[in-house]
Design a protein around this ligand. Structure first.
Ligand code: SAM
Ligand code: SF4
Ligand code: SF4
Length: 339
């Protein structure tokens, strides 16, 4: 039986951050001024081991979780990640996937596929090198990310999904070229509204380009997309199919159209804290529980207690409510103090 929370939402989807480190410094996620050379990342012994992650994943799966997405930071900078994939791939009936900036896919795609990974989502915010480099802030070129997507497609990590965060004044001009390019390639592009996560990105509502605006910007002529019903309950991306039947795009409208009532996701940070919401102020510590000798039954009970007691719905409450202290950073899901 799936676990149900106080708002009658089942726990189905678990996102696991395998590292707080990243080789990019996206301005909306890990701005250089804060994540500079002096930034203290977690020590190796502070992050969950592959055995600890797998043990937790099994227990969450026993509670009804059907999808696990590995994320970060950049998950592919974690050493020997394919070993973790092969451990997780042994859990039955699990949709196992990963979100990456694509930079290391040419090197690792084959090993990830062989280890049992099913699909990947690759983030890319523009096809224009000047814009993309100004967003990743480490001078990383577009072509290398596309190379990563193609390496993934070549080994069958498909269908490839592409995530594009849209921030006003930075990359609206890239919306239409991205839509056309990925429609042609047959990859599913998902536009993400710039979200108010953490404190370090200096979020302002004015910076958000709404999903409604984005839809209007996509081929206003014959190829304009039309909405289609979701694939499953709790799907975060609103689906839009092109009228000529060729391809679709997704809209993740977490700011302007909150989807909290269908939210079935939880997140585990690299250091083993469980967050029941992207905007949660408090994590539940599983690492200490595990390292203090908890049995599977103890851990299972803690999972039940946390999920069945939760009632988070921050997006639905409106962005005004987001200005809480100590929100969790998108990049690593752990608390850093507000500057
Ligand atoms: N490093 C990997 C990547 O970039 O795909 C995985 C981690 S990243 C935190 C996961 C996704 O969150 C990426 O698609 C990224 O673009 C998105 N993201 C990061 N900060 C965001 C923000 N403030 N608003 C909306 N999406 C954001
Ligand atoms: Fe790194 Fe991904 Fe955040 Fe960009 S969005 S800084 S690639 S974790
Ligand atoms: Fe789920 Fe929280 Fe996002 Fe609402 S704000 S959809 S509860 S993660």
């Amino acid at each position: 039986m799936p676990l149900i929370d106080t708002l009658n939402r089942p726990l189905r989807d678990l996102r696991i951050s395998v590292t707080d480190r990243c080789n990019f410094r996206c301005v909306y996620c890990m701005p250089k001024e804060i994540f500079g050379p002096d930034h203290q990342f977690l020590h190796r012994d502070q992050i969950l081991t592959f055995e600890e992650i797998t043990r937790l994943a099994r227990l969450f799966a026993a509670h009804g979780v059907r999808k696990i997405r590995l994320t970060g930071g950049e998950p592919l900078v974690r050493k020997d990640l394919p070993d973790l994939i092969s451990m997780l791939a042994e859990i039955p009936d699990l949709d196992l996937t990963l979100t990456t900036n694509g930079s290391l896919l040419p090197k690792h795609a084959r090993a990830l596929k062989d280890a049992g990974l099913k699909r990947v989502t690759v983030s890319l915010d523009s096809l224009d090198n000047a814009i993309f480099k100004s967003m990743n802030d480490v001078d990383f070129p577009v072509e290398k990310v596309i190379e990563g997507m193609e390496a993934a497609a070549a080994v069958g990590l498909a269908p490839i999904k592409v995530n594009m965060v849209v921030k006003r004044g930075l990359n609206e001009s890239s919306i239409l070229p991205m839509a056309r390019f990925f429609r042609e390639k047959g990859y599913i592009l998902r536009f993400i509204e710039y979200m108010d996560v953490g404190h370090t990105n200096g979020w302002r509502m004015d910076d958000v380009v709404s999903a409604a605006e984005i839809v209007k910007l996509i081929d206003p002529g014959t190829a304009a997309p039309e909405p289609v019903s979701p694939n499953y309950q709790g799907e975060v991306a609103g689906r839009w199919r092109y009228k000529d039947g060729k391809g679709e795009v997704g809209m993740i409208a977490s700011v302007t159209q909150a989807f909290c009532r269908d939210c079935n996701r939880a997140r585990i940070s690299a250091e083993g804290k469980l967050y029941t919401c992207l905007f949660a102020v408090k994590g539940h510590d599983f690492r200490d529980l595990i390292r203090n000798g908890a049995t599977d039954e103890d851990i299972s009970k803690f999972i039940s207690k946390v999920w069945s007691g939760q009632d988070d719905r921050y997006s639905e409450l409106g962005s005004g409510e987001h200005h809480l202290t100590n929100k969790v950073e998108m990049s690593h899901w752990r608390l850093i103090s507000q500057k």
